[in-house]
Design a protein around this ligand. Structure first.
Ligand code: NAP
Ligand code: MG
Length: 403
């Protein structure tokens, strides 16, 4: 069989630990036999980041901007323990944070559903995709402990030195606490555009919610910016695609999400997204079944698994022990990136290959062959736990049948 030819390269970002081991196996078994892979390779493994003073991360993000599509392996975010383990020059920042800042992107996380693993909310028959605004609010706050007898005010000095003051609270009777937070119209606008673009890309409805009835300036600004951008730039495109934008209060949204059957994007402010994405991931089963895609407001896409480098499994692997690490989210990162490359470059065979790769993966699990994490959750009667490599081999066999 002739391999599928590509036109534009895919930006390939390699990573660390168990996911790095999987990365190579996955390419060898599921990509290279079928696709004449054109990729621009960046090694984001911690050693290389340290060696290049993290320049490699910046370069990979710039390449993603240039080519439009990237696929990324999970990477270590250094902490004190990693400083010693890898003898680091500096505690390098999270690559995901660096890439997200350069692309001004929004992260969309979506679970992969399979037969035999029922979500904790059994009516969720379709995935719920969470979009989290990753700038500002409580994550860039300034906070103070305030002594009894103090008076706290908000004070803004404009460019002419003119001050505007508003009382926050008179702490007459008790000690207390205050917090200052901010956001930017530009960041909220980028978030809105990334959300609307991704909704069009996925042909999914999009929901957005804030507490605008209580926060009449702060949260209301989010609501207003979303509505304005929607009306001016997306309304007609949404009508043509047969999808809707729906705004509601955050409490109402939470209630509706629980009652829903899934199948939409839920756009969340930073804190809501932090909290709700963990709830959604847990409710759908396994972290290893969550895909993640970073979308820029200009339509650049970076695909990855939502989980980390699975360190505990890696140490077992290093000791020569057998592992049963789930590669599904990493496979879907590859299929997502190849599909997008195929769509942009008008290569229908590549799009169709991405579909088949996903189908082969799901069919393998639904036929009963799965890794340990899924084995614990699955209600299939004929289920069988296999090791990391055997799982990929089983998918390879299925893929060979249908590709
Ligand atoms: P993790 O890699 O997500 O793994 C946490 C636990 O979840 C694992 O020990 C494992 O549970 C289970 N798990 C996660 N993915 C799995 C998979 N594919 N197959 C089977 N089980 C899976 O998180 P971590 O161990 O806390 O973090 C390790 C490193 O990843 C850290 O250095 C962190 O900085 C990095 N990280 C990177 C990213 C990213 O690049 N996007 C995201 C998060 C974390 P059991 O051990 O019980 O089997
Ligand atoms: Mg969280």
């Amino acid at each position: 069989m002739a391999k599928i030819q590509m036109k534009t390269p895919l930006v390939e970002m390699d990573g660390d630990e168990m996911t790095r081991v999987i990365w190579q196996m996955l390419k060898d078994k599921l990509i290279l036999p079928f696709v004449d892979l054109k990729s621009e390779y960046y090694d984001l493994g911690l050693e290389k980041r340290n060696e290049t003073n993290d320049q490699i991360t910046v370069d990979s993000a710039e390449a993603t901007k240039k080519y439009g599509v990237a696929v990324k392996c999970a990477t270590i975010t250094p902490n004190a323990a990693r400083m010693d383990e890898y003898n680091l020059k500096e505690m390098w920042k999270s690559p995901n944070g660096t890439i997200r800042a350069i692309l001004d992107g929004t992260v969309f996380r979506q679970p992969i559903l399979v037969k035999g693993i029922t979500p904790y909310i059994p009516t969720w028959t379709k995935p719920i995709c969470i979009a989290r605004h990753a700038y500002g609010d409580v994550y860039k706050n300034t906070e103070m402990v305030v002594k009894k007898g103090s008076r706290a005010e908000l004070c803004v000095t404009d460019e002419n030195g003119e001050e505007t003051r508003q009382l926050i609270f008179d702490f007459e009777k008790s000690d207390g606490i205050i917090q200052g937070i901010h956001n930017l119209d530009s960041s909220i606008s980028s978030f809105a555009r990334a959300c609307f673009n991704y909704a069009l890309d996925q042909k999914l409805d999009i929901w957005f919610a804030t507490k605008d009835t209580i926060s009449k300036k702060y949260d209301h600004t989010f609501k207003d910016i979303f509505q304005k951008i929607f009306d001016e730039e997306y309304k007609e495109k949404f009508e043509a695609a047969g999808i809707t934008y729906f705004y509601t209060l955050i409490d109402d949204a939470v209630a509706r999400v629980i009652r829903s059957s899934g199948g939409y994007i839920w756009a969340c402010k930073n804190y809501d997204g932090d909290v709700m994405s963990d709830m959604i991931a847990t409710a759908f089963g396994s972290l290893a079944m969550m895909t993640s895609v970073l979308v820029s407001p200009t339509g650049v896409y970076e695909y990855e698994a939502a989980h980390g480098t699975v360190q505990r499994h890696y140490y077992k692997h290093l000791k020569g022990e057998e592992t049963s690490t789930n590669s599904v989210a990493t496979i879907f990162a590859w299929s997502g990136a190849l599909r997008k490359r195929g769509e942009l470059d008008e290569i229908p065979e590549l799009v169709s290959f991405a579909d088949k790769l996903e189908k082969a993966t799901i069919d393998t699990i639904e036929s009963g062959i799965m890794t340990g994490d899924l084995y614990l959750l699955s209600t299939l009667e004929n289920k069988q736990k296999v090791n990391t490599e055997a799982f990929l081999d089983a998918i390879h066999d299925k893929l060979t049948e249908i590709a």
